[in-house]
Design a protein around this ligand. Structure first.
Ligand SMILES: [Zn+2]
Length: 141
């Protein structure tokens, strides 16, 4: 059976791969969800496995597991715009660029989790520029 595609992606959908700043060397490290949830840094070899059962989402520019600073974050409109990974960025871009907005009915959706300032029309250009900056960071690896 084909997997059901949720129309409203949740933040959880972007958690399979999170880019963070390595606590040891400050370079980019990845939290990848496979058989286990593992943090690994290619630059210095730092690694950690997540063993706790609970995590917290929506806590700002930190990953929900180790609470490390996200690698993809930038200042925008007096706020911090952040993303877990490239797909998350692409999703935010699609949302901000879209003329038609979905309703804020569902609480756990990325749409409703996007802060108000990101949805405001007068911030749109700045938000898109900030997303672009992070996309460039992504390209560099
Ligand atoms: Zn490192």
């Amino acid at each position: 059976m084909k997997r059901f595609q949720l129309e409203s992606k949740t933040l959880v959908a972007f958690m399979y791969d999170i880019r963070v700043r390595c606590p040891q060397c400050e370079q980019r490290a990845d939290i990848v969800m496979k058989e286990s949830l593992r943090l690994s840094c290619l630059a210095c070899g730092y690694g950690r496995v997540y063993t706790e059962g609970v995590y917290r989402t929506g806590g700002g520019a930190f990953d929900p597991f180790f609470r490390l600073s996200l690698y993809l974050q930038t200042n925008c409109c007096g706020h911090v715009l952040w993303a877990y990974n490239r797909d998350h960025l692409a999703y935010m871009r699609a949302y901000v660029e879209a003329d038609i907005r979905t309703s804020d009915g569902e609480n756990s959706s990325v749409e409703s989790r996007l802060p108000k300032w990101m949805k405001q029309k007068h911030n749109r250009e700045d938000v898109l520029r900030a997303i672009k900056r992070l996309e460039v960071v992504c390209e560099k690896g």
